[in-house]
Design a binder for this molecule. Structure first.
Ligand code: TXA
Ligand code: MG
Length: 310
């Protein structure tokens, strides 16, 4: 048996025992548990110190499995065909006979679902008899993990097993779109919203301020390295870490580059890795140069704004 298969089997062993396992996805690592078991899902919330009113995303390997739990519609099918598996999460209506634990949905009539792209996690999902609820595998409000070591840093030996699928390719969370009523983007992420607009042939609103629904991470502070961050800065002071979008001719040891050539996708991939690295070097504060507010730049700016909230 090869190593990967052995590790998938180990994951199944723990999940079947109602334990949590960290799983790799193309966006960030998730802390996963049986979405049909309240006993299992409660463990995610206590490990992450996550408020119970923040619902989790359910991960599926195929459409038939998903159809048992939620209602799909035309927009869903269009987006599914184009982007799945991939970094797009859908908020859909829950079916009455759905078996998803009410802890996952926080008793709502809707559920967030997605089809992750990482091969190991796809294989794991295929072999399980239930979908996996999985928020990002970090302590609530902290930086999301993009590698096995990051997950270890968050939880130490408090979790039973980490399925190592290498570094996350996208490096930040999925885009969330609600298809319950009129399509609305609830969180910017791994799929640029211009791409979604193009496929649906309309301008989808980005609406994270709607008070009637729980929107991703209602608390202002999120994705935080735990030290102050200042945006749109030209120069650092002494002892500040300086995060830049493009490599400089003259560099200093407190300079950290999101990309060499102002490649925004690359920068998105490196964002959490660099925030975590800087945090671990014991800087007291971080300043970031201005990042163009387009495409993935918009996603990076949104994450940095939340990470710098007081
Ligand atoms: O890329 C990702 O989406 C990663 C990987 C592991 O899949 N997961 C992730 O989960 O980012 P989490 O829990 O960190 O963020 C999911 C967000 C939460 O902030 C929650 O508010 C929102 O999804 N959410 C979940 N169910 C919802 C629902 N029914 N309506 C609106 N928002 C919902
Ligand atoms: Mg999260």
């Amino acid at each position: 048996m090869n190593n990967n298969l052995a590790n998938i089997k180990k994951s199944i062993f723990f999940l079947n025992k109602n334990e949590c396992v960290a799983i790799p996805t193309e966006t960030v690592y998730g802390l996963a548990a049986n979405a049909y078991s309240s006993k299992s899902v409660k463990k995610i919330y206590s490990l992450k110190k996550r408020p119970r009113n923040n619902p989790s995303i359910v991960h599926y390997s195929n459409l038939n499995q998903l159809k048992k739990d939620c209602e799909i519609n035309k927009n869903f099918l269009i987006l599914y065909k184009k982007f799945c598996p991939g970094p797009l999460t859908f908020v859909l209506k829950l079916k009455k006979k759905s078996r998803i634990s009410r802890i996952v949905t926080n008793n709502k009539k809707t559920v967030a679902v997605r089809f992750p792209k990482n091969k190991l996690t796809q294989k794991l999902l295929k072999l399980l008899k239930y979908p996996l609820a999985a928020p990002s595998a970090n302590i609530s409000t902290k930086i999301s993990p993009v590698s096995k070591d990051d997950v270890k840093e968050e939880f130490g030996n408090k979790i039973k097993f980490i399925l190592d699928g290498g570094r996350s390719k996208i490096g930040l969370e999925s885009t969330i779109i609600s298809l319950v009523n009129k399509p609305r983007i609830l969180r910017l992420g791994g799929i640029e919203r211009t791409k979604i607009n193009k496929v649906l042939n309309k301008n989808i609103k980005y609406d994270r301020t709607n008070k009637k629904i729980t929107v991703p991470g209602q608390s202002k502070l999120h994705y935080s390295p735990g030290i102050p961050i200042k945006l749109n800065t030209l120069k650092p002071k002494n002892n500040e870490a300086f995060i830049l979008i493009k490599k400089r001719k003259k560099s200093y040891k407190n300079y950290y580059y999101l990309s060499k050539t102002k490649n925004l996708k690359q920068a998105a991939k490196n964002l959490y890795k660099i925030l975590r690295m800087v945090k671990n070097k014991n800087y007291k504060s971080i300043v970031v140069e201005r990042i163009p507010n387009i495409g993935f730049g918009e996603v990076i700016n949104e994450r940095l704004k939340r990470a710098s909230a007081k």
